[in-house]
Design a binder for this molecule. Structure first.
Ligand code: F0G
Length: 430
């Protein structure tokens, strides 16, 4: 099979650009897609190749992103930066499924990636693009996971990384990773949206390569979540995907990838996509429900700090995917997020708060009659439980009321006892 040609294309005016040029936006100001020349590609042959690569022990084929490289970015061999990302498990939801009222609920745990979130799938592709363009320094604004991932992949690719995070507003596990992996970490007095604006200016002025999901190569890598789910399901298409939305890159990637599989005849049904936002940071849900033009949320709030974003850069791509998949957008409250999280955690699976929007959202959509309880639903868990231990402990010690108005509905409180057999006996009897 010959190398597949790619170019950049504006989501809005469809102007195209050569990939030889570093670009994140069209001259008209809108975002860009990486487009592959799918004409003449044989879907059946592609699928057969991917099947052969499953479980590979050597080289690029071990990566759950690069296994699908024909539809990701078929870069020159010397450019690849990989940490064998992907290959994450697809769990039966157990208690979380009962809680959501679904009989066939599967959870794709992207928190099992090398740095503990789905960002590694986008980052392997973004870091590879950085090498392709000869970048020495990479940068991103982040609510935490992107920065942890970028810092790690920068090391793998022999590059320096500069991180812009909102001061005091990111989960400790993520900040710890960024520092530990050696990222130059700048805490901005402002929120994520301020940091996002600043990093774009900085990259343009200081010739630093931008690795936020506004970078079209990031989106390409994240398409592999959907590819891998389908391969795990023997290419049987679920009825629904339910996925959290913050900066709205991940759901854009999911629909773009699925659309390509559909165009190539690798799948023969279009699954519906439900994007779930936290109610305090829900510009897309507002637009969707109220049929109003897109307007940023000025002071986004939520305990799910990963998605505390008011001005998502990929909202146009997201809307396109929602239209293609006959999708829906829903928002969930702080209490709904943390109770759903308690159920994901109690199922022994565990995930960080933002991830659990998938379960909270699925439950709400079942209750509202949008998702059939008999439907096959895949929820995406985007980040690892250990990213945000404060949220877990706060919920189980029931100390989140004052700051977030959240009750520890399903709290499993620790018990303090004297070091005696009698005290243990008493504690176990309760
Ligand atoms: N879940 C987690 C755990 C995340 O870290 C993010 C985004 C999302 C969901 C939302 O994905 O932005 O593609 O809609 N985190 C970014 C970051 C913003 O900087 O780590 P999205």
């Amino acid at each position: 099979m010959k190398k597949i040609e790619c170019h950049l294309e504006c989501v809005h005016c469809h102007r195209t650009y050569d990939i030889g040029e570093v670009r994140y936006k069209c001259d008209c100001g809108h975002t860009l897609d990486l487009r592959h020349d799918l004409a003449g590609l044989d879907g059946a042959e592609l699928k057969a190749r991917w099947e052969k690569r499953w479980g590979a022990r050597h080289g690029l084929d071990r990566s759950g992103v690069w296994r699908y490289r024909e539809l990701i970015f078929d870069a020159p061999e010397s450019c690849f930066v990989t940490r064998q990302e992907g290959n994450t498990r697809l769990y039966e939801a157990g208690k979380a499924g009962e809680y959501a009222g679904l009989k066939h609920f599967l959870l794709k745990h992207e928190g099992e990636n090398p740095t503990g979130s789905f960002k590694d799938r986008g980052m392997t592709c973004g870091a590879t693009a950085a090498k392709f363009y000869g970048a020495k320094i990479v940068a991103c604004a982040s609510t935490g996971n992107t920065s942890a991932s970028m810092a790690s992949y920068a090391v793998a690719g022999g590059m320096k990384s500069v991180i812009f995070i909102p001061e005091g507003k990111i989960a400790y596990g993520k900040l710890a990773q960024a520092l530990a992996f050696g990222g130059k970490t700048l805490q901005i007095r402002g929120n994520f949206d301020d940091a996002m604006k600043l990093v774009q200016e900085v990259c343009a002025e200081l010739n630093i390569y931008l690795l936020n999901s506004i970078n079209p190569f990031r989106i390409e890598g994240q398409k592999a979540i959907g590819f891998e789910v389908l391969q795990q399901l023997d290419w049987q298409v679920p009825d629904w995907f339910v996925i959290p939305g913050g900066n709205l890159g991940n759901n854009s990637a999911l629909s773009k990838g699925l659309e390509e599989l559909y165009t190539l005849g690798i799948i023969d049904k279009i699954p519906r996509i439900a994007v779930i936002q936290a109610a305090g940071s829900a510009p897309l849900a507002k637009m969707w429900k109220e049929h109003t033009p897109f307007a940023p949320v000025l002071n986004p709030e939520t305990i799910a700090t990963a998605i505390k974003i008011g001005n998502p850069v990929s909202y146009e791509k997201s809307l396109r995917g929602l239209k293609w998949s006959n999708g829906v957008v829903e928002s969930v409250t702080e209490q709904e997020i943390m109770d759903a999280k308690a159920m994901v955690d109690a199922a022994g699976i565990g995930a960080e708060p933002a991830s659990c929007c998938s379960v909270a959202g699925a439950k709400k959509l079942v209750e509202n009659g949008v998702i059939d309880p008999e439907a096959t639903v895949v929820g995406i868990l985007t980040g690892n439980i250990l990213k945000d231990p404060d949220a877990v402990i706060g919920y189980h010690q029931d100390t989140l009321m004052e700051h977030y108005g959240i009750r520890g509905t399903f709290a499993n409180k620790p018990v303090v006892i004297d070091p005696t057999l009698e005290a243990v006996r008493k504690a176990l009897e309760k």
